[in-house]
Design a binder for this molecule. Structure first.
Ligand code: SIN
Length: 281
């Protein structure tokens, strides 16, 4: 296969043609795709026609797969696939509705947050339901040196419950069980991280899951986090993806955040795999 890669924005995002995920990628094509993934942080592979098994097999080439803690929203018989959808069948929901309608980085509330997530769009609304991605590496680069120094010495708590309390319960998202919260107790990460493959530094806090900066007073923590969220989502660091059915989008959770837009009423049905990551040094 021969890859063609075109950037989609100045900070992140590229569209890749010449890859058919229903076939086993040869090593050269895979390596080209892997390099592009590290370089652009978000890759769009349009017009893919793959089964859940093919989605899982391709994802495994990037690392071990997570089984999301929200077990009711995993695909029957294929727990590596987390289903994000507003669809129901015979009164039963088919996956998690209203998932990630706030800026966040997948699984940052775990001791080993996710490396990457790969989402395959099976059904999309005719309008709305876009996903925005922000480069936390470009945002880091744009900070002044004193600010980089300061946040480089700080750590922050990430709490699965925070998104629920701050956002999700206010727009009526499905409840999350106490069992799931207990399985994911709060964790503390450095506020910056270095991409293990590119060496690029990035801000590592997100509005959804970061609950406080450990070393600061409460008001200081609120103010600094508010600045970092506003700064990291400046338009020049963002790529907004308008989904078409059969888009396959891969994002690097080590240097991005994303936010799903809840402005749709028609059916939206997505499959996501989540690649495990390492403890942040
Ligand atoms: C997510 O993975 O957080 C949701 C993304 C989306 O549904 O667009």
């Amino acid at each position: 296969m021969s890859l063609s890669i075109e950037p989609l924005g100045p900070a992140l995002g590229a569209i890749v043609h010449g890859v058919d995920l229903s076939e086993q990628l040869d090593n050269a094509t895979f390596d080209g795709l892997y390099d592009a993934f590290n370089r652009y942080s978000v890759l769009l592979l349009p017009d893919q026609h793959i089964s859940p098994e093919q989605h899982i097999a391709f994802s495994r080439r990037f690392g071990e797969l997570e089984e999301h803690v929200l077990r009711d929203d995993l695909l029957d018989g294929q727990p590596e696939i987390y289903v994000l959808t507003n669809k129901t069948e015979n009164g039963k929901r088919l996956g998690r509705p209203k998932a990630g309608w706030y800026w966040h980085t997948d699984l940052s509330y775990q001791a080993n947050p996710s490396k990457a997530s790969f989402m395959y769009a099976l059904e999309v609304p005719t309008m709305g339901g876009d996903t925005m991605f922000a480069s936390t590496a470009a945002a880091y680069d744009a900070l002044s040196e004193p600010m980089r120094q300061m946040i480089g010495g700080l750590t922050a708590e990430h709490d699965f419950r925070h998104a629920r309390e701050t956002f999700a319960k206010h727009y009526g998202a499905e409840p999350i069980s106490e069992e799931a919260f207990k399985a994911r107790p709060p964790v503390v990460h450095p506020m910056t991280r270095t991409h293990p493959e590119t060496g690029r530094k990035a801000i590592y806090v997100n509005e959804g899951f970061t609950s406080r900066i450990m070393e600061l007073e409460r008001e200081e923590s609120i103010a600094l986090l508010a600045f970092l969220y506003r700064h990291s989502t400046r338009p020049e660091f963002v790529y907004r993806h308008r989904w078409s059915a059969h888009d396959f989008v891969m994002w690097d959770n080590r240097v991005t955040m994303h936010c799903a837009l809840g402005n749709y009423t028609e059916d939206r049905y997505m499959h996501r795999t989540t690649i495990s990551g390492d403890v942040i040094e």
